[in-house]
Write a protein of this length. Structure first.
Length: 523
């Protein structure tokens, strides 16, 4: 006789043991497709910024969550997606693969390698949108990040964990300052991430070649979306770069991230918003364009020691039109950041490179993130330059000047020349101390104008060759004593006498009207 109850129990046990491996996914249908935008009907429980899979293997980003449909932007396949294609939810927001293996690589905003090298096997994934560290998790920004550029490190110091905006017109050297800062991090235990947004592929290739030839790619990752890429990839690029930077920051490391540039990022976001039929505001930007950049830049921070002590230093770049820093995007980003380095077209065209306008540039972290010796000897530098520029205005009227005023004008012009610096010629902190001491002493009165730059470079070479001990005696984290100051001035005077006597031609030569041949500063 068959035991029906036993068979029934066995069937129930087997049914309970079976695991359904085919997880159901929400599915919708494309109602509209055009200009990289799709509208999907029937897709339920979709999150903002969720990654969607489109029939054919394409991916999209959900941005508009409306009552009867979902608006999304396509990352690829704009000309392949058709009306009626199926779209599946993934249940996940966009994530960026992260890990040490990204150093030295060039990747897309989705973490895909673009350098033709081996496939990247990430250590983990991080969401591209992540909350900024809380106030209580942050530490003081008091450790300097040296750029190697005298004008910046002496008057507009940048600290690790700071957000310092680089702003100026097109072709004034914004990217050049950022690249020089990356090059100066060699041996400083700082990981660099360069995010290129909407740049020409040729310009980006030149930048990458510079980083490679200088050995900087060993500690640098390039996240790029060129001008050929669709707006969604340009929109995603800075958030992906920041996710990669956060991986290193939360591991206790110092990171420098360059956003080049956020003007093109805002334009890409405006393009997507207008195509999604969002209401337009000032200059046709959507109403949340401030939040677009604030939620990105607030993620740059210096963590407290309890949280590992890592940091992200952000150098966003913004391009102005005709020097108008009161435009919508520039004022937004200025209000978010901890200071700005303003580059002026007139200074650049007159041969002052880097073309930093000291009057409009500021670092809100200030001396707390500056080496002690630099802070001591650069204290009067900004005041002296301001006084020089004020007197230079009166000089244009051709009025007679007394000897004291002429002396101030001469020294001001020589200090300005001291701050000129060729691209890729980064100064160490000790070399900066030497140049600042000499430029503010009476020795500069013996050097003809227009020859200061040549003299400074020659002086540093002379010290490295004959008086290396002076540099080793200098302690950037201690105050400069009168003894060390006198030694430096004595060596500088010896070099002046040597130059004027035996090597007059090398010092004076054909340097009248000398201009720095560094047109590459205009990247």
């Amino acid at each position: 006789m068959i035991d029906v109850k036993a068979i029934g129990k066995s069937i129930v046990v087997k049914i309970n043991a079976v695991q359904d491996v085919s997880a159901e996914r929400a599915c919708g249908t494309i109602l509209y497709s055009g200009d990289g935008i799709i509208k999907i009907s029937g897709l339920q429980d979709v999150k903002y910024n969720e990654l969607l899979e489109v029939q054919g293997g394409y991916r999209a980003l959900a941005l508009n969550l409306e009552q009867d449909c979902v608006g999304a932007v396509l990352f690829s396949g704009e000309d392949k997606v058709r009306l009626g294609d199926l779209v599946y939810s993934t249940g996940q927001t966009v994530q960026m693969p992260v890990g040490e293996m990204f150093l030295g690589r060039i990747v897309s905003p989705l973490g895909e390698p673009l350098d033709g090298l081996a496939e990247i096997k990430p250590a983990e994934y991080r969401p591209v949108e992540f909350p900024a560290p809380a106030i209580m998790d942050r530490g003081k920004v008091n450790k300097p990040l040296q750029t190697g550029i005298l004008a910046i490190d002496s008057m507009i110091p940048i600290g690790r964990g700071q957000r310092e905006l680089i702003i100026g017109d097109r072709q004034t050297g914004k990217s050049a300052i950022a690249i020089d800062t990356i090059l100066n991090q060699k041996g400083e235990n700082v990981i660099c991430i360069y995010v290129a947004i909407g740049q020409k592929a040729s310009s980006l290739a030149k930048t990458i070649n510079t980083l490679r030839s200088s050995g900087a790619m060993e500690y640098t990752c390039v996240v790029c979306s060129t001008a050929d890429d669709d707006a969604p990839l340009q929109y995603l690029a800075p958030y992906s770069g920041c996710a990669l930077a956060e991986y290193f920051m939360y591991a206790g490391k110092d990171v420098l991230i360059i956003y080049d540039d956020l003007s093109k990022h805002a334009v890409a976001y405006r393009t997507m918003s207008l195509l999604l039929k969002r209401p337009a505001g000032r200059e046709a930007y959507p109403g949340d364009v401030f939040y677009l950049h604030s939620r990105l830049l607030e993620r740059a921070a210096k963590l407290s020691e309890e949280k590992g002590g890592g940091s992200i230093t952000a150098l966003p770049i913004v391009e102005t039109l005709a020097g108008d820093i009161s435009a919508y995007i520039p004022t937004n980003v200025i209000s978010i950041t901890d200071g700005q380095i303003y580059l002026e077209s007139e200074l650049f065209n007159s041969g002052v490179r880097p073309a930093v306008n000291v009057g409009l540039s500021v670092s809100r972290v200030g001396g707390s993130a500056q080496r002690t010796a630099i802070r001591q000897i650069a204290g009067q530098l900004r005041i002296n330059l301001a006084q020089y520029r004020e007197l230079a205005i009166f000089m244009q009227f051709g009025s007679d000047l007394d000897s004291q005023t002429q002396k101030i004008l001469s020294r001001g012009a020589k200090i300005t020349d001291t701050l000129k610096q060729r691209q890729y010629l980064n100064y160490s902190v000790r070399e900066m101390i030497v140049l600042l001491i000499v430029s503010q002493s009476e020795l500069v009165d013996q050097i003809p104008e227009k020859k200061i730059t040549s003299y400074n470079e020659g002086l540093l070479d002379y010290i490295h060759a004959n008086h290396e001990d002076i540099l080793s005696e200098l302690d950037p984290d201690a105050k400069i004593t009168d003894d060390i100051r006198n030694k430096i001035l004595s060596v500088a005077e010896d070099y002046i006498n040597c130059s004027v006597g035996d090597h007059a031609e090398s010092l004076n030569g054909n340097l009248e009207g000398e201009e720095l041949e560094n047109s590459s500063f205009a990247q």
